[in-house]
Every structure is written in structure tokens, then in C-alpha cells.
Design a protein around this ligand. Structure first.
Ligand code: NDP
Length: 434
């Protein structure tokens, strides 16, 4: 904390991982001798830069850009870009740190990184977003490349932003280099099923976790926070499995629809028209709207999928979910449960899937996009989706087995941290002290 002041999210993420790794370190005294943990919590490189841009009225704005290249032991840095006013170095470091272990869990050769800006795309015109993205890329392009660091989307960065970023990168480099960014549009090297991947992967993991304890998703009621990329496609896959999604949210409130969320409408409102979730009620007056988005956790549901942002579910809210009989929680967002909430779920025997494992399907499919770009070839939606499904089943098994191997059976938080760490640790040990 002394070394990294003012970064509470980073401390929280590191504390959770280090606690889980104690038994692994006890088994490997050579890791201690090589100061492996001290090295792994220090980013290889962090870049902070000025992003000036001009709005439609000719006013100049200055934002701050970040890219944290955390660990490249097993492959090029890989991780999303987040555009949200809350972004600061500590948030990007927490996300980049988590990404190391998540990427390792996918079984694909990708290191960890993360980036973004305190720019708020909400309410900006397409042209303003384009000018911002071009300014952001003017600096970022100096530090990334298909074999160096491959950014993707995250909160506030979707297909539109990736398109602008890629267009500018191409001009700066005078080269197509499709593999430099993932989440691209399908006509210029994007992978089918990438848009759906994080949400679908979340539900594939959830379904494995439930099946392992004799439950099925079919017929269950589900509350999903957020209504962005992860939430919308988690909702779609839940519905395909026969579950009823009863609630979704955005930062201005939640919708409860006892008949089940009308997903086509939700996609139109949120993904296409970029409107507020409140408008859902104009089309379904019988649905309820609540102004506090966090009240979504006071609703009765069998399954809760926090898919919006970090620390969106605290101890009190976890308690309310448990009182209401929740049987499973799977984290689609990164670190959405506070440490207290996660502990409560585990103590009270709620099946709990941690973010690193649950939402790894997004980055796994990004790595599949890189694969297709390298081959200058593209797979069908079904081929990508099948690979994603297999990867998620594998992540569940690895996570479960790692927890068991180290005497923490059923603790998937520890399992994900340990399974993700082992490959990175072995690679770092082989590559010398750096
Ligand atoms: P989007 O920007 O598409 O959607 C984010 C959603 O969460 C929106 O509904 C947004 O509401 C809500 N939200 C964001 N910040 C807050 C906040 N501070 N309080 C309440 N609600 C908030 O992002 P994604 O769906 O891509 O990402 C969601 C989460 O999933 C993040 O934690 C991200 O890191 C994680 N993730 C995403 C992956 C991906 O492939 N996209 C991969 C792995 C993890 P509003 O519109 O009102 O802001």
C-alpha cells in the first residue's frame, strides 16, 4: 500500500490473489527465493499520456490515457480498454493484474494488460468519439502491436470505438496488421461470436457449475446487473437455456419484468439506440422501474449475474440475495463482489463463480480472433462458439481441480487464482529474473 498509494481496487485484487496462493508458495520455496510474487505484482510497464480532442462546438478537452502492460511471460499483453469517467491508474492496474491469471486460464498464449481513459463516451456524438479515439490511438500506437500488446473493448469501448481506433492505427502504420486489436467489425477481421462471447461464456460456466451440483439452469429466475455487452448476451444465453431473466439495470436504475425481459427490445434500446433502461417501461408498462440500480440485488431470484462493474455487490446486498434464496452467483463483470460479499456467498454455500474464470470467454474469443487474423482466415459462428464452449468447460474443470489439489475443495476463487498462476509462474521461472 505504501508503494501504490490511492489504488484501493488494485490492493483488493492483489490481496485476494495472494491469499489464495499461500499453499502454492509453501509447496514451491524456489518461488519465494526468486521473489516471484514481488515481481508479479509490479507491472512490466505502465504508460500514462495526454489525450486532447475537440468537440463539435470547437471546445478543446483534455483526458488522460493509460496502458498498463502487466505481464508478458506467456504471450503478448492482452486486455481491454475502458472509457469511463471513473478510470484512474489504480482501476487499470487492478484490471490488468486480474487479466494475467484470466488469460492464463484460457489455455491460450496471451499475457496480461489493460488500458483506457477517463473519457466519457455517454452523450457524445459519433464524430466526437471518433476524434477522441484518433487522439488516443496517436499515442497508443507507439506501444502496441500484434506480437507486443493487443487491446480490445471493455466498459464504454465497443464495436464503434474499436473501429475508429483500428482505422487510425492503420493510417499511422501504413499497414493493416489486423491482429493489433480484437473486437473488430466482421468485414475487417473481427471474429464471429466475439460480441456474444463474454456473456455466452459466463452462462456456459454457470451451467457447468450448476450441473456439477445436480441443478439445471432451465426454469430458474435470473437477475443480471448492467445492460451492456456482457449483460445482454448473458441474458440471451440464459433464455436459450430456458431460464427466465427477470431483471436488468444500468447506472440509472433497474427494470423488473416478471414476464421475463424482452431481449430484442433491450438490445434495441441499449446497444443500437444507446438509450437509458428506463425507456423499457414505455413498451412494457407492467414492468417495474427502480431508480437505484443496486436495488436489483433485493429482488428474489435463483441466480444472480453481476455483469456491470467492480464492487457493485456488497456484503449487505449479498445478505439480501441469500435471504431471498439465491443458489448461484457468477461474476460476468470484473470484481463485482466486494471481498465481504464473496466471503458470505462461500460461507453460506451459495455456488460462486469468480470473474477471472467466469468471464474469461471474452478474452479467449479475442485470442481466437488473433488466431484467425494470423491465418488470414475466418471460422463460422458455430466453430467459434464450439471452441468457446469447450474452453469454458475446461476452465471450470481446471478451477475446480486446482482448489481440490490444494485442500480447498469447492472454493473456486482460490481454484481460479491457483490454476491461472501456475502456468505464469512456471514461465517466469524459466525466463530468468526480469
Ligand atoms: P458496457 O459498457 O457494454 O456495459 C456496462 C454496463 O454496466 C452498462 O449497462 C453500464 O450502465 C453499467 N455500468 C457501468 N459502470 C457502472 C457503474 N459505475 N455503476 C452502475 N452501472 C454501471 O461494458 P461491458 O459489458 O463490456 O463490461 C461490463 C463488465 O464486464 C466490466 O466489469 C468489464 O470489465 C467486464 N468484462 C467485459 C468483457 C467484454 O468482453 N466486454 C470481458 C470480460 C469482462 P450505463 O450505461 O448507465 O453506464
Amino acid at each position: 500500500k505504501r508503494r501504490n498509494p490511492g489504488e484501493p481496487e488494485f490492493h483488493q485484487a492483489v490481496a485476494e490473489v495472494l491469499e489464495s496462493l499461500e499453499p502454492v508458495i509453501d509447496k514451491h520455496p524456489e518461488y519465494r527465493e526468486a521473489r516471484l510474487l514481488d515481481r508479479i505484482v509490479e507491472p512490466e510497464r505502465q504508460i500514462i499520456f495526454r489525450v486532447p480532442w475537440e468537440d463539435d462546438l470547437g471546445n478543446i478537452h483534455v483526458n488522460r490515457g493509460f496502458r498498463v502492460q502487466f505481464n508478458s511471460a506467456i504471450g503478448p499483453h492482452k486486455g481491454g480498454l475502458r472509457f469511463h469517467p471513473s478510470v484512474n491508474l489504480g482501476i487499470i492496474k487492478f484490471l490488468g493484474f486480474e487479466q494475467i491469471f484470466k488469460n492464463s486460464l484460457t489455455g491460450l498464449p496471451i499475457g496480461g494488460g489493460k488500458g483506457g481513459s477517463d473519457f466519457d463516451p455517454k452523450g457524445k456524438s459519433d464524430r466526437e468519439v471518433m476524434r477522441f479515439c484518433q487522439s488516443f490511438m496517436s499515442e497508443l500506437a507507439l506501444h502496441i502491436g500484434p506480437d507486443v500488446d493487443v487491446p480490445a473493448g471493455d466498459i464504454g469501448v465497443g464495436g464503434r470505438e474499436i473501429g475508429f481506433l483500428y482505422g487510425h492505427y492503420k493510417r499511422l502504420k501504413n499497414a493493416t496488421e489486423a491482429g493489433v486489436l480484437t473486437g473488430k467489425g466482421i468485414p475487417f477481421g473481427g471474429s464471429l461470436a466475439r460480441t456474444e462471447a463474454t456473456g455466452y461464456g459466463t452462462v456456459y460456466f454457470l451451467s457447468e457449475m450448476l450441473a456439477d451440483k445436480g441443478f439445471e439452469l432451465k426454469g430458474k429466475s435470473v437477475a443480471i446487473s448492467g445492460s451492456g455487452n456482457v449483460s445482454l448476451y448473458a441474458c440471451k444465453k440464459c433464455q436459450e437455456y430456458g431460464a427466465k431473466v427477470v431483471a436488468m439495470s444500468d447506472s440509472n436504475g433497474y427494470i423488473y419484468d416478471k414476464n421475463g425481459i424482452d431481449l430484442d427490445l433491450m438490445i434495441r434500446l441499449k446497444e443500437i439506440e444507446r438509450k437509458r433502461i428506463k425507456e423499457y417501461k414505455n413498451f412494457h408498462p407492467e414492468a417495474e422501474f427502480g431508480e437505484n440500480c443496486r436495488d436489483i440485488w433485493s429482488l428474489k431470484c435463483d441466480v444472480a449475474l453481476p455483469c456491470a462493474t467492480q464492487n457493485e455487490l456488497n456484503g449487505k446486498e449479498a445478505e439480501a440475495l441469500i435471504e431471498n434464496g439465491v443458489i448461484a452467483v457468477a461474476e460476468g463483470a470484473n470484481m463485482p463482489s466486494t471481498a465481504e460479499a464473496a466471503k458470505l456467498f462461500q460461507e453460506r454455500k451459495v455456488l460462486f463463480g469468480p470473474a477471472k474464470a467466469v468471464n474469461a470467454g471474452g478474452v479467449a474469443t479475442s485470442a481466437l480472433e488473433m488466431c484467425q487474423n494470423s491465418m488470414r482466415y475466418s471460422w463460422t459462428f458455430e466453430e467459434v462458439d464450439q471452441r468457446l464452449h469447450k474452453i469454458m468447460v475446461n476452465i471450470y474443470t481446471m478451477t475446480k481441480n486446482a482448489a481440490k489439489e490444494f485442500g480447498m475443495e469447492g472454493n473456486l476463487i482460490a481454484g481460479a487464482n491457483i490454476a491461472g498462476f501456475q502456468k505464469v509462474a512456471a514461465a517466469m521461472m524459466s525466463q530468468g529474473i526480469y
